[in-house]
Design a protein around this ligand. Structure first.
Ligand code: M6R
Length: 606
């Protein structure tokens, strides 16, 4: 989704801005632009990739400060004019903005009445004109920005550059913004990945913060006045920049990184002696775990699929009601919150607007929320103030893979932790932990010999639609497989609990319809095999994901075997072939694997 990068210092700004935009590319966008202060404010913007913006830039642009933006259209079509930065009429103020100004329509009308000529269809451009009105009436830049923001409803991550002032003003409300402090230079970005190689000294702005940055310092105040509490954090953990390390795509690299990422996630957290799990960041005493009335898990997309696995594992191991919720629905359904319940917000980016809203709804109603998050210091991590970092490392492909497996692993660890407190024995816990420790090497084993993925791709790549089936823990794995294939290869996919298939989706099946069946050797296997037979009887082609040595492989058109493991842990292995099928299909169809159309890595608007 939209990205912001800014720089002020003693180095040439333009190359740094373009490089910052490149590091934001993975988030998904449709156009980009930069403005550099070089006497005047020089603006360059272009629809398409950052490389297309680069192609229209002069070889050398003077100037030591500037701001830049990647746009994911919300107001107004995708064109050069609507791309950011936006200038005021006098071209002495430039803004870049992430988020949505809800009352922009009224503001536009008022500005037009006053004679302002708005050039774009965006909500954002209004801000440049409003700041101008404030400054024309004698306000300082910071005061003009403050008074402008006070008149807005909506969300913003905002940067303002002035022709006549050596500073950038930044503000945050609902859209992430970070300031990085280097030696004689300062940076601003909406995403830590764009700052990581410049500095580790970071100010994570909070909602309602307003900052002035210049070469030498950062001054942060609150929108309503007074100094902000936001202080500098030195960020080390997970802070490295991801490079593609010889892989053709980040998605493939991240699929192959899963064993190592999983090791990072579980190391130090498996408590072999007690048959339990240690999750220090949770701050949940045994008495809380014992007396909690229920567990709620909230997420979107891939995180939601991980929540569904968490729900089943927690109920099964701890005998406590658990339910997974679609984050975008949560607060609008006016949920009843029990302050004694345990709530989890699950998110790779920690910046998903729908999930953030759900966290705020729970807080408002007196509940506590624990984050299960990848990006250290992200909004959800900070809002929750407690939780589990999943330690996947930077995930750059829009399609989430290694974050999924580590979210699932973290939730399984929690289910072991709460299960040991409430219900199951040390022996069962120990056996699970033994199995858990083996999963990273079993993943490696599978990835070194992934089976007939190409044959599966042949069946799938020209299909009108693909049906994914699984039962129990494999039902959410089916959903995750379907989501992945849909988002990277643009093939309509349906995922169903296998038993539900005969109640509707079976109508879709015709000769050669591909059906991907996930059937590990658990208590659901027999029933899943019956559903598979029902599909075969209608002429469907079966791609079966099964455990090594299982004779049901003979009944499949394409059989992909995964290593045997404890039934509770199977999602960690069975999802991997579905990721490879999605990747390989997208590749065969010539799709942009890492940056699928219309999608964004982190969805920061509701
Ligand atoms: O950053 P989050 O985990 O909160 O993101 C949630 C979804 O937007 C995300 O999982 C999305 O569905 C991915 N593109 C799936 O691959």
């Amino acid at each position: 989704m939209c990205g912001i990068f800014g720089f002020i210092g003693k180095r040439a700004a333009a190359p740094l801005l373009v490089e910052g935009l490149r590091r934001l590319e993975y988030r998904g966008y449709d156009s980009s632009g930069i403005v550099v202060k070089n006497g005047d404010l020089q603006v360059y913007k272009k629809v398409g990739k950052v490389s297309e913006l680069s192609s229209i830039l002069p070889n050398h642009i003077e100037g030591y400060s500037g701001i830049a933006h990647t746009r994911w259209a919300t107001h107004g079509e995708v064109n050069d004019v609507n791309a950011h930065p936006h200038l005021n009429d006098k071209a002495d103020i430039a803004i870049v903005h992430n988020g949505i100004i809800d009352n922009a329509r009224d503001i536009r009308k008022r500005l037009e009445k006053k004679g302002y000529l708005l050039k774009s269809e965006t909500d954002s451009e209004t801000l440049a004109h409003m700041i101008t009105i404030g400054m024309d009436s004698g306000q300082t830049p910071i005061e003009a920005v403050r008074q402008t923001l006070k008149r807005l409803t909506g969300t913003w991550g905002l940067c303002v550059l002035f022709k006549d002032y050596e500073q950038i003003i930044c503000a945050r409300n609902g859209s992430p913004l970070l300031i990085g402090k280097g030696d004689g230079e300062s940076f601003v970005s909406s995403d830590p990945h764009a700052l990581s190689h410049h500095t580790q000294n970071i100010f994570f702005l909070e909602d309602g913060d307003l900052a002035i940055i210049d070469r030498d310092g950062v001054e942060i105040t609150r929108l309503e006045g007074g100094v902000s509490d936001t202080s500098m954090t030195v960020v080390e953990d997970e802070w490295e920049e991801a490079d593609i390390s010889g892989y053709p795509h980040f998605m493939l690299k991240e699929i192959h990184e899963q064993p190592e990422a999983l090791r990072r996630c579980i190391t130090g957290r498996l408590d072999k002696a007690n048959g339990g799990a240690k999750l220090g960041g949770l701050k949940l005493e045994p008495v809380r775990l014992r007396t909690a009335p229920h567990v709620r898990l909230i997420g979107c997309g891939t995180a939601l699929n991980a929540c569904k696995i968490g729900q089943l594992a927690i109920e099964s191991l701890a005998r406590i009601p658990a339910v997974a919720h679609v984050a975008s629905e949560f607060r609008y359904n006016d949920p009843v919150i029990n302050p004694n319940a345990i709530h989890f917000a699950v998110s790779q980016s920690g910046e998903t607007a729908d999930t953030i809203s759900a966290v705020k709804e729970i807080h408002l109603k007196g509940g506590e929320v624990h984050g299960i998050v990848n990006v250290v210091g992200s909004t959800i991590a900070r809002l929750c103030g407690q939780g589990v970092y999943i330690h996947s490392g930077p995930e750059q492909a829009v399609a989430s893979t290694k974050a999924f497996t580590n979210m699932v692993a973290s939730l399984l660890l929690f289910s072991i932790r709460i299960g040991r407190t409430r219900s199951f024995s040390r022996e069962r816990g120990r056996s699970l932990i033994d199995n858990f420790q083996n999963i990273p090497s079993q993943m490696e084993e599978y990835l070194s010999n992934p089976g007939p993925i190409e044959e599966a791709v042949e069946l799938v790549k020209h299909a009108k639609s693909v049906l994914f089936l699984g039962r129990g823990l494999s039902a959410p794995v089916a959903s995750e497989g379907a989501l992945k294939l849909m988002e990277v290869a643009y093939i309509p996919c349906l995922a169903y609990p296998a038993g539900e298939m005969k109640h509707g989706p079976i109508a879709l099946l015709e000769k050669d319809s591909p059906v991907i069946v996930i059937a590990p050797n658990d208590k659901h296997r027999e029933k899943t095999v019956s559903s598979m037979h029902e599909c075969k009887a209608r002429g469907a082609k079966i791609i079966l994901i099964h455990e090594d040595g299982d004779p049901i492989s003979e009944e499949a058109d394409v059989a992909i075997s995964i290593p045997k493991c404890d039934p509770l842990l199977t999602p960690l292995l069975s999802v991997v072939p579905t990721q490879l099928i999605a990747y390989q299909t997208a590749l065969e169809l010539g799709c942009d694997v890492d940056r699928p159309r219309n999608l964004a890595k982190s969805v920061t608007v509701e």
